[in-house]
Design a protein around this ligand. Structure first.
Ligand SMILES: C[S@@+](CC[C@H](N)C(=O)[O-])C[C@H]1O[C@@H](n2cnc3c(N)ncnc32)[C@H](O)[C@@H]1O
Length: 259
């Protein structure tokens, strides 16, 4: 996984095909490797009411383009964390003039070393999957939140192509039954959810169309591994949603007021 992401963030630095892909699928090129388009990012900002008064963490920030966009839109102070040093170097390089509000750090979701009560908002955009133990990760994240702090997690869950259809636990697709929901409940956290499955399907369809059109460009650039990776996820998600075996949600958690 680390090798893939290192190659991904090195290649996307100069890939015009990937820029065009992100722009056309997600509405703006923010070097996305998740599944959130601008609409979902704006939902995240709206739900958390992200503002200049907030100190936020963007977990699994990649090369920081989304983090920077969230900061530009809201004025929030945001720390981006990712385990790929190359991605963090790029983020630091491109946002040097905004270093008052944007900080980027190399860190591992499975070895979080966050200061207790240091953030008002924690955002995870398609990054929680890399946690080896959701319950532990959520506990660590919750500890890093100030009283009344908020967590917003964009999360998809569904059948992977190599799992037989009959073996997939369909009942776990309900928003309060997914592995993430279980981890939140295990930490005593109450959550609200927004169902984004329809949007996820439309975006997967769009990815397939745009990738087909851009294939010659990816090929000419020598970045077919990005094309293959994104086509694979688009096909897998489309099929799983058609089979009723995939869901996408925004989970929102607000810690209780102290006392
Ligand atoms: C699916 S991408 C999402 C990136 C970005 N948030 C987006 O929506 O485009 C997952 C990100 O998580 C990072 N990641 C994967 N495993 C990680 C880990 N163990 N610790 C920290 N970051 C990790 C990857 O480098 C990548 O940037």
């Amino acid at each position: 996984m680390k090798d893939f992401y290192t190659a991904f963030f090195s290649s996307t630095e100069s890939s015009q095909a990937h820029r065009a892909f992100c722009e056309r699928v997600f509405g703006k090129d923010l070097c996305q490797h998740g599944f959130a388009d601008l609409e979902q990012l704006h939902l995240l900002m709206e739900v958390t009411q992200l503002s200049p008064n907030h100190r936020a963490l963007d977990l699994g920030c990649g090369n920081g383009r989304i983090t920077e966009y969230l900061c530009d839109c809201t004025g929030a102070h945001i720390t981006g964390l990712d385990f790929i040093p190359e991605a963090i170097s790029q983020a630091q390089h491109y946002t040097v003039s905004k270093s008052e509000r944007l900080l980027f750090t190399v860190g591992d979701i499975n070895q979080l070393k966050l200061t207790d009560c240091s953030f008002d908002v924690i955002l995870s955009i398609d990054s929680i999957y890399f946690s080896q133990n959701y319950t532990d990760t959520i506990r660590n994240l919750a500890a890093a939140l100030r009283p009344n702090g908020q967590m917003a997690i964009l999360y998809s869950y569904g059948r992977e192509p190599w799992i037989p259809k009959e073996a997939f636990p369909k009942e776990k697709l309900l928003a309060d039954k997914t592995p993430l929901a279980e981890a939140l409940q295990a930490n005593g956290l109450v959550f609200q959810t927004w169902d984004l499955t329809r949007q996820d399907y439309e975006l997967a369809q769009r990815r397939k169309e745009v990738l087909t059109e851009l294939k010659p460009q990816f090929d000419a650039e020598g970045t077919m591994f990005i094309y293959d990776n994104r086509l694979g996820d688009a096909q897998g998600i489309s099929q799983a949603i058609e089979d009723g075996l995939h869901a996408r949600y925004l989970y929102y958690i607000q810690l209780a007021e102290p006392g």
